[in-house]
Design a protein. Structure first.
Length: 121
């Protein structure tokens, strides 16, 4: 089957060239009609929880704060990634949401905010 196409292309070389030119012109017309956003919004919603306690060590903060918060926050819908860093006296948990997440107006995230505030109070 492919051999027949190759033989026909060599027998009449004008047909493949015209098909290639027609495809190029058609692709150019379609590309011109594509919608473009000059300054797309590439920001990703990020939620940071920072806990400071100078009396706790790194391992204590990780076990008491970072790991439970990571576990609770990773179960939320539209969460892309949860990370945490812990140093002497400071634990930071970062939650990265999907770009189209409506986290600011969702009741789930408002409950999350209240949960974090209650857990850290």
């Amino acid at each position: 089957m492919i051999g027949g196409f190759i033989r026909a292309s060599f027998a009449r070389p004008l047909v493949p060239v015209l098909l290639l030119l027609a495809g190029t012109v058609l692709g150019g017309v379609w590309m011109r009609d594509l919608p473009r956003d000059v300054f797309p919004d590439v920001s990703v919603p990020i939620f940071n929880v920072i806990v400071q306690n100078a009396t706790m060590g790194t391992e204590e903060l990780e076990q008491a704060v970072a790991i439970p918060l990571e576990t609770a926050l990773s179960g939320l819908p539209e969460v892309r990634r949860v990370r945490s860093t812990t140093t002497q006296g400071v634990a930071q948990v970062t939650v990265e949401f999907e770009p189209d997440a409506a986290y600011a107006t969702s009741p789930i995230y408002l409950e999350l905010l209240a949960f974090v505030q209650d857990a850290l109070a």
